[in-house]
Design a protein around this ligand. Structure first.
Ligand code: ADP
Ligand code: MG
Length: 469
């Protein structure tokens, strides 16, 4: 076996333990440089890559190597800059799957007689709704409703779920729809939004077939209407709903509503309809706390088939402060990026995504939940490399070109300021430089940042990228 074959065999063994994403991030450009006696020298394209393998994968690589060549018992790592431009190695086991995985919101529930099937998504279920203190009651009520028998009198009728945007109301309502259908495959469940309901009535009136409209809604075994605040001020629609409600309620059919407010605050809904909305049980949903959000992040990543490093999961949970729709958007975006680049997300890259969604908001670090999440100089190097679009190896190297020296000095300054590293320690990490070199470099940047607004802006932006203020 030559070196390449040995390395391929090692990667194939490791493929059981590492993901394709880890492979793409840390192994794609790595090679065996030399095998001599019991020792193997492994070359990496960057300093960071080398550090990473040494600290996190040393044991795994060694044991896989031993399985291929039993005599090996020592590993050495070095940096070979030329590998950065070398073609990637990619044993079959890490090839992109031929059939790209399906994103989990595609399949649609087929409701009996095709009613409103298109807008209920099978991905929303009561079992993948993460229950925290803030939603325990609402979830339990939905469960109870879904479990009750289709043709028997209902305990909570109507069930009214209310709360702010993006807190899981639609998830719960569609979850109930899916659950009732699962338990009663022949039942007719109508899930719709108040907006669609209104549009349908307007259309029925225009086309003079309100009778058909009424028949359709009155054959429902359960009627679920999302966002009923939309009915405010729409009197004719309210009258239709009022009549439908009475018919269904008399037949003991389940009715479920959601809104952004409790019924009592829906001031522009006619009294008799509003009082019916209050007949049953009203429960609220609130923004879940950090721990529940973290569980939601983990669950949703699993569903999307992506693996996120723990610090990235925490970062997302900490920064989703107002509503969970944001969390969903961010994860979808990350999933797309992973698919596209094969690179594992970092706090920096995810921070950028958050900022795209909320340009005004300050993205704090794990912030109030956890402080000081920039832990290593590597993270600062990566941020600078991203920001100035220069390779990390240059930042860590010796080039004296101005466009490299300036970012490198900023990097030192941030290592000092954020990580409180000593000049010596920085010198050691940045290719064995003398501590006076580091000190002068940092001094220069600090002076510039006071006199030159562009420098000040760069530093400010970088700190933001790193999540520090
Ligand atoms: P609303 O209808 O209240 O505006 P959604 O039901 O659309 O909110 O929720 C927004 C996103 O957050 C959805 O992707 C939903 O799946 C997710 N979500 C909300 N709460 C939870 C939860 N407790 N567990 C899992 N996902 C949740
Ligand atoms: Mg909704």
């Amino acid at each position: 076996m030559d070196k390449t074959q040995v390395w391929d065999a090692v990667l194939t063994r490791m493929s059981e333990k590492i993901s394709r994403m880890e492979f793409c991030t840390w192994f794609r450009k790595v090679r065996i440089a030399e095998i001599s006696g019991a020792a193997v020298l492994i070359s990496c394209p960057t300093e960071m890559n080398k550090n990473w393998l040494e600290s996190k994968y040393h044991g795994m690589i060694l044991s896989s190597l031993k399985a291929v060549l039993p005599e090996i018992d020592k590993l050495f790592f070095n940096v070979d800059l030329s590998l950065a431009d070398a073609p990637s190695s990619s044993p079959d086991v890490f090839e992109k799957p031929k059939n790209p995985r399906k994103l989990p919101n595609k399949p649609e529930v087929r409701f009996s007689q095709g009613l409103e099937s298109r807008i209920v998504q099978s991905k929303f279920t009561l079992s993948n709704f993460i229950v925290g203190e803030e939603t325990r009651f609402a979830h339990a009520a939905c469960m109870a409703v879904a479990e009750s028998k289709i043709n028997e009198a209902k305990k909570y009728n109507p069930l009214f779920i209310y709360g702010g945007v993006g807190l899981g109301k639609t998830h719960l309502l569609q979850g109930v729809a899916n659950e009732i259908t699962r338990r009663n495959p022949d039942s007719v469940i109508i899930y719709t939004t108040a907006e669609r309901f209104t549009n349908e009535i307007v259309k029925a009136i225009r086309e003079r077939n309100t009778e058909k409209f009424r028949r359709k809604f009155r054959q429902a075994d359960a009627l679920i209407i999302d966002d009923v605040q939309f009915f405010e001020g729409k009197e004719q629609t309210q009258v239709e709903l009022f009549n439908t409600f009475n018919d269904l309620h008399d037949l003991s059919k389940q009715i479920i509503f959601s809104a952004d407010r409790p019924p009592a605050q829906l001031t522009q809904i006619m009294d008799r309809l509003r009082s019916r909305m209050e007949w049953g049980l009203s429960v609220d949903v609130q923004m879940p706390g950090y721990e529940t959000r973290l569980a939601i992040v983990q669950n949703k990543s699993l569903e999307l088939g992506i693996v996120l490093p723990p610090d990235v999961q925490e970062f997302i949970a900490a920064n989703t402060r107002r509503h969970l729709r944001e969390l969903e958007n961010v994860l979808n975006k990350i999933s797309g990026e992973i698919e596209f680049t094969g690179i594992s997300p970092t706090i920096q890259s995810v921070g950028k995504i958050f900022r795209q969604f909320n340009p005004e908001e300050d993205i704090t670090t794990i912030g109030d939940a956890k402080k000081g999440f920039v832990k290593t100089p590597d993270e600062i190097v990566t941020a600078i490399s991203d920001y100035f679009q220069i390779p990390a190896t240059e930042i860590l190297g010796d080039s004296r070109k101005k466009e490299i020296v300036f970012p490198r000095q900023i990097c030192w300054m941030l290592c000092k300021e954020i990580l409180k590293m000593s000049y010596d320690a920085i010198g050691r990490d940045f290719g064995g430089k003398n501590h006076t070199t580091i000190m002068h470099g940092i001094k220069k940047v600090l002076e510039l940042s006071r006199t030159d607004s562009a420098t000040a802006r760069h530093i400010h932006a970088l700190k933001k990228d790193l999540g520090v203020k």
